[in-house]
Design a protein around this ligand. Structure first.
Ligand code: ZN
Length: 130
């Protein structure tokens, strides 16, 4: 298993981490298998979505904010319930196939780290299996 950090700059943002994951796999020299990308945080998530138009991640964040408002008489005393809910809806991990030493992703797909309670420094874990 390998890990890297992502420094986020806003309360909510999506960071393309595909190249970071590729760097890890290149070092691993795995040719065929499965790659897992996981974030060990309760207010962040991992997802796969469009990398070409930066408005796609912006729209995702904008609509998530509408569905899960920042303040809504939540009981969680820390005050970041919206971030916890968003993290659970998107999920803490993604799985991607590896073939010929490369991630099998669609042309327009990237792996994104989703911050919902930033800015912070976050961890991403990458593990692979043949
Ligand atoms: Zn909390």
């Amino acid at each position: 298993m390998k890990q890297f950090t992502v420094k986020t700059g806003a309360r909510s943002e999506m960071t393309d981490i595909t190249d970071r994951v590729r760097d890890v796999l290149r070092e691993s020299e795995i040719k065929s298998g499965i790659c897992y990308v996981f974030t060990p945080h309760t207010t962040a998530a991992i997802t796969i979505n469009e990398n070409a138009d930066p408005d796609v991640p912006r729209d995702i964040i904008m609509e998530m904010d509408k569905v899960i408002p920042l303040n809504d008489n939540y009981r969680h005393i820390e005050g970041n319930s919206a971030a916890h809910i968003k993290a659970s809806l998107i999920g803490a991990s993604e799985m991607v196939f590896i073939e010929d030493g490369k991630l099998v992703l669609g042309t327009w797909q990237s792996i994104f780290f989703c911050e919902f309670d930033g800015p912070r420094t976050r961890k991403v874990l990458v593990k692979w299996t043949p």
